[in-house]
Design a protein. Structure first.
Length: 227
């Protein structure tokens, strides 16, 4: 029996790829209700079961090494659990999860010993099992996917530019949520006005990145002169 399907069914969740905006809204409300009841385990399990695959794929694209991606994902699970205990609802649960994932990735990239194998200790065997399943299923999928030459061009960009492109193009995060996810680790929460200005800055940067990537693709012969 497919354990991933069982986990999703237990929480009334749909696959993250097929979820509509309405589905996400329903999930956000359900998670908020669970959090208000103090059901941290239920919230963490639902977040991992629903958004774990796309977050794992995001981390794998950043680190480009399966063992590194597995370690970062393990640390992400721990950081997610700890962060939920302080979560105040300043952003959506999905945005919060991506912010935790990115900060965890930054930590690991700064850690000279990041290749050291590490078993993450979670609050329950249930969460550990969900994380192991997500790693196994998503890693198997990624191993069978060949990156296109255009994807390789994108991978040649600086890491912060890749993050912006992946989160906006692949994950379709709104600009105000991007401002939160890409916030520096030790920086205070953004005010509404600061978030608006940062969203505008990211939008301009994104357009410049698209233009740059398009020109790189032309030089590689992937686009014609009018493309």
């Amino acid at each position: 029996m497919d354990r991933g399907h069982d986990v999703g069914s237990a929480f009334g969740l749909r696959d993250h790829v097929t979820m509509t905006a309405e589905d996400r809204g329903d999930l956000e409300r359900e998670l908020g209700t669970r959090l208000a009841r103090g059901d941290l385990r239920g919230v963490a399990t639902a977040l991992l079961a629903t958004y774990g695959p796309e977050i794992y794929a995001f981390l794998a694209a950043l680190h480009r090494d399966e063992s590194d991606a597995e370690e970062v994902f393990s640390r992400f699970g721990e950081a997610l659990w700890q962060g939920l205990q302080r979560f105040e609802g300043h952003a959506s649960f999905r945005t919060f999860a991506y912010a935790v994932a990115r900060k965890t990735s930054v930590h690991v990239r700064r850690d000279a010993a990041r290749r050291r194998k590490r078993e993450g200790e979670l609050d329950s065997a249930e969460l550990s099992g969900v994380m192991a399943e997500v790693r196994e299923r998503t890693a198997a999928y990624l191993r069978t996917t060949t990156r296109s030459r255009l994807a390789a061009l994108r991978a040649s960009l600086p890491e912060e530019d890749q993050e912006l492109l992946m989160l906006r193009v692949d994950r379709k995060l709104p600009w105000d949520e991007l401002a939160v996810v890409l916030r520096g680790e030790d920086e205070p929460p953004l005010s509404a006005e600061d978030k608006r200005r940062e969203a505008m800055r990211l939008r301009k940067k994104f357009q410049l990145l698209k233009d740059r990537l398009r020109e790189m693709a032309r030089r590689e012969g992937l686009l014609d002169e009018d493309g």
